[in-house]
Design a protein around this ligand. Structure first.
Ligand code: SAH
Ligand code: SF4
Ligand code: F3S
Length: 457
């Protein structure tokens, strides 16, 4: 059942949730909504009708954090008008900035951390009696399995397999907000996937900050690898598509690449960020690889899967980055021929080693480099997409596009968004689409009417 489908008559209260940040936060929001559905809440997209307002927050960059405080500024007015309205803050800002949140917006009812958000329903009840509560769990605490979950999609599901991160890249806040990495047990993951199949889900994206490190720290017989997990999940009847994000270059193995090449329902898609194109900057970022080592992994992928789609993340304006070092990042976008890249201007994060450096670049220099990087990324992505014109791609149809009800959208095996004329009967099916037009970040095409069965066996 989806929360929005809770019969109005049984729903007593409405919840509005704003989710910032990464897929892990989306997945956590799905769980919170699952628990609240069991308490009789119904999801609303209208803040004004909500009895409960939840912010699930991100602190990866300062801007993400600022978003929370502007949101809370609006919400505290709502609470002033109607004191029965409750406000909760969860996610990475809550975990780390609980005192700042309390100081700036004392009327927030509950502040809850990344490892204990499952306590939210009971804390909301407690806050009604005792007043505002801040409860932040231990970052090493195990994250419970088997929480009720209300999914964002109907056919595609996010499935976390490894939480946290222990890499401590010098710019990054995640290890401080999510704690050391901990893998879920393979049995629990398999159980979740089987349940999702019974509900009609077809595509599964396995999530983790360093997803290719999965299983390595599990004890005894449970010690495993992402490759082994992919084999196990891909054998489950009904699993049509599996993806996994985000891979750390250091943990990418030939065994994993070969497994992706071999299993037909594991997609040929690698989100595999290099972050920068200069060895000096990479060392200072503590990424633990050089450009040459990264390129070796790219070659490994292309050797086994020539048409693999490779995407990544890039940061410009790391402290002390020179113009020449920045140009090396532009060069690496060309050298790898990335299909796409999320780009960011370096943002100072307190607590992190890079945030404490005194050679920070000016906002103007960072903005200029980001613009030039975005132009390069778009140029290379467009070139990659143009290569697909005239090819036939398998697309899992998600639904109508937001702009035109007669145009449908879905994703190719390589995770590219593709638009094509269609109708509602196609939703949830895998269809073959001939690509007729490429844009820098999307494809357009026509469904191929052929005698070839559309659905994979
Ligand atoms: N685990 C993933 C990244 C997770 S964070 C990895 O190792 O690649 C998502 C992205 O945010 C990062 O890849 C990085 O590009 C960006 N990011 C993280 N900290 C940042 C900061 N301080 N300033 C700008 N971008 C940052
Ligand atoms: Fe952050 Fe680095 Fe961990 Fe990725 S690997 S989450 S960038 S510390
Ligand atoms: Fe943001 Fe936390 Fe994800 S900082 S990117 S929500 S792990």
């Amino acid at each position: 059942m989806s929360l929005a489908e809770t019969p109005e008559s049984t729903a007593t209260k409405h919840v509005y949730i704003k989710t910032h940040g990464c897929q892990m936060n989306i997945s956590d929001s799905e769980k919170v909504l699952g628990m609240l559905a069991a308490e009789g809440y119904r999801l609303t997209d209208d803040e004004a009708e909500a009895d409960l307002l939840i912010a699930n927050t991100c602190s990866i960059r300062e801007k993400a954090e600022d978003k929370l405080f502007s949101l809370l500024g609006v919400w505290k007015e709502r609470k002033r008008d109607n004191p029965d309205v409750q406000i909760a803050v969860m996610g990475c800002v809550a975990q780390q900035e609980k005192d700042k949140i309390r100081a700036r917006v004392p009327s927030v009812d509950v502040v809850v951390g990344t490892h204990n958000f499952h306590e939210l329903p009971e804390l909301l009840e407690e806050a009604r009696v005792k007043g505002p509560i801040t409860r932040i769990g231990n970052l090493k605490a195990p994250i419970p399995d088997d929480m009720p979950t209300v999914r964002e999609g109907k056919y595609h599901a996010w499935v976390p397999i490894i939480y946290g991160c222990s890499y401590f890249c010098t710019y990054c806040i995640v290890p401080y907000t999510r704690g050391p990495y901990q893998s879920r047990k393979p049995d629990a993951i398999e159980k979740e996937v089987r349940e999702l199949i019974a509900e009609g889900f077809k595509e599964f994206t396995l999530l983790g900050q360093t997803v290719d490190r999965y299983g390595m720290e599990l004890a005894g017989d449970e010690k495993t690898t992402l490759a082994a997990l992919l084999r196990r999940l891909s054998a489950i009847p009904g699993v049509e598509r599996i993806r996994f994000i985000t891979s750390h270059p250091l943990d990418m193995t030939e065994e994993l690449v070969k497994t992706v090449a071999e299993l037909p329902n594991v997609m040929e898609y690698f989100h595999f960020p290099i972050q920068a194109g200069s060895d000096k900057v990479l060392a200072e970022m503590k990424r633990l690889y050089t450009v040459a080592q990264y390129m070796e992994k790219v070659e490994l992928i292309r050797k086994h899967i020539p048409d693999a789609v490779i995407s990544g993340d890039l940061i410009v304006g790391f402290p002390g980055e020179t113009e020449e070092e920045f140009l090396e990042t532009l060069a690496v976008v060309e050298a790898v021929e990335f299909d796409s890249n999320n780009t960011a201007s370096y943002s100072i994060r307190q607590w992190t080693p890079a945030g404490k450096r005194d050679d920070q670049l000016s906002e103007d220099v960072k903005a200029d480099r980001l613009q030039r990087l975005n132009d390069k990324v778009a140029e290379v992505s467009y070139r990659r997409n143009r290569r697909l014109v005239g090819t036939i791609q398998e697309v899992l149809v998600e639904g109508p596009s937001s702009k035109n009800p007669e145009v449908f959208q879905g994703r190719t095996r390589g995770n590219k968004i593709c638009y094509f004329p269609g109708d509602a009967s196609l939703e949830g099916q895998i269809v073959k689409v001939e690509v007729t037009e490429a844009r820098p970040f999307t494809l357009r095409g026509e469904i191929v009417k052929s005698i070839v069965p559309l659905q994979m066996a």
